[in-house]
Every structure is written in C-alpha cells, then in structure tokens.
Design a binder for this molecule. Structure first.
Ligand code: APR
Length: 237
C-alpha cells in the first residue's frame, strides 16, 4: 500500500496538503486536543474568541505571550522539512495550514496558506496596523504606539471569518488538486474539517497522516497511523 500511495504522490501534478497542530507536535509545540492538549487545561471560549478579548484583554494577552514564549525556540521537524522539499518538485502545490506557529515557513515552505493566521503577527484593534513582532511585550495587554489601541494576535479566533486570501487559495486548490494529504489535524474545526470531503467529492485521492482516527478517516483513500515527522519523509521522498 505504501508504495502505491507514494506513487500517487510522486505522479500527481497538483498536490495539496492540509496540516494541523500534530505536524508541529514533534517540534514541541502543544496541540489543542488530545491528552496534553491546550484545550485540556484551558477553555478555548475564554481565550480564543473576540468576546474573551473584549472581556479581558489582559488575560488573553497573557495567554498569547505564554504561547509565543512556549514555541519561540521550537524548530521545524522532518515532517516540515519533507513538506518544504516536495513543494519544489510539484508544478502545482499548496500547503494549507491551520497552524499559527510559522514553522512551515521556517522550514522553507513558500506556497503556504495560513488560514488561521500567524501568532507572530499583531494587529491593532484601533487603527488596524499590522506587523510581525517576535519579542515579548514589555506591557500587557500591548498597545499600538501610533494610536494607543489594543493590539491583538493576528490569528483567527472561534467565530471569526478566515482571511479571504488564504481561504480563497485553499478552496481554489481543493477544486483542482489530484491528491490531498491531511496531516496532523483532528478534523473537528470548520471550515478546514470539511476540506477532505470537498477534495474527495471532486475525485481527488485523500491521504491521512495521524496516529489517531479522525472524523475524516473513513473517506480517506489511504491512512498512515503514525507521526508526521516519520511518515511524511517516507511518503514524500
Ligand atoms: N503526527 C501527526 N499527527 C499528530 C501527531 C504527530 N506527531 N501528534 C498528534 N497528532 C494528531 C492528533 O491525533 C490530533 O488528531 O494531531 C491532531 C491535533 O489535533 P488538534 O490539537 O485538534 O489540532 P488541529 O486539528 O490543528 O486544531 C484545529 O482548532 O483550536 C483550533 O485554531 C485551532 O487551528 C486549530 C484548530
């Protein structure tokens, strides 16, 4: 089976990959669900929604500062590297990621659609100014130097729309890819949880890479029950 599936990936012209937190797990970045997941310790509705930020920007600011500190020194793993390498071999490729840690770009991926934004970007809720900020904020919650507005992380919170550029690119690629690899996602958060079905309906071959079963496992043409840092290098070489 593995050789057949590797043939699908090798021979396809248009390859799409959807990645989730599991792809960064071997880099030391906490996932959200599962035994050690972030949502096991905290309530996402009290930290990752516009209402939570409105109610307590300090609490939300503290949590994102902690997450940035937690992942700042994490490095890409062989799964990220394999995805960056296969991009160069494909005329038509897009890596759609739910991850906000930026590790795909650090690994060298360039055709990346960050549909949930990026934790290293901050946006002013007053004037809308946006910038990359990798250092800790001296004061929390951080404020805009230009207008004094509260700064929020450049990530998509529950209940918010996805950024139109990355989201549009993802849907466009799903409408034509021959193969979709779904790696490291629990496939429970929309709209990304529906992407496998979109590709499958169109006749794409869907491959899952995840140690655990997910709601999309049943519609996949092939599943690899393993860690992406081990499976992706073997599947993509
Ligand atoms: N390799 C591959 N998959 C792994 C690994 C690994 N080494 N370790 C864990 N996994 C799998 C888990 O089995 C799980 O299915 O990765 C998945 C991680 O699921 P989540 O923590 O729910 O992460 P994700 O699917 O990316 O969450 C989607 O939810 O909270 C929101 O915005 C947040 O983008 C996030 C979205």
């Amino acid at each position: 089976m593995k050789d057949t599936v590797r043939g699908w990936v090798r021979d396809c012209r248009s390859l799409c990959v959807l990645s989730g937190a599991g792809v960064s797990a071997e880099s030391g970045v906490p996932t959200f669900r599962g035994p050690q997941g972030l949502w096991k310790q905290q309530d996402p509705m009290s930290l990752a929604t516009p209402a939570a930020f409105e109610a307590d920007p300090r609490e939300v600011g503290d949590w994102y500062q902690w997450r940035r500190q937690r992942i700042r020194d994490c490095a890409p793993n062989p799964g990220h590297a394999a995805l960056a390498a296969v991009e160069a071999a494909k005329p038509d490729f897009l890596l759609v990621t739910q991850n906000v840690d930026g590790l795909h770009r650090v690994a060298g991926s360039r055709r990346v659609a960050e549909i949930h934004g990026n934790i290293w970007v901050v946006r002013c809720t007053g004037c809308g100014a946006e910038r990359v900020e990798r250092d800790d904020f001296a004061k929390l919650p951080p404020r805009c130097a230009a207008c004094g507005g509260l700064l929020r992380p450049g990530v998509v919170w529950f209940g918010e729309e996805l950024p139109p550029g990355p989201s549009g690119a993802a849907m466009e690629m799903l409408s034509r890819c021959e193969v979709l690899i779904v790696a490291g996602t629990s496939a429970v958060v929309t709209p990304a949880s529906g992407y496998a079905a979109v590709a499958k309906r169109r006749g794409a071959r869907v491959i899952e890479v995840n140690p655990d079963e997910t709601p999309v496992s049943a519609i996949c043409d092939a599943t690899f029950r393993g860690k992406s840092g081990e499976v992706l290098p073997a599947l993509l070489k």
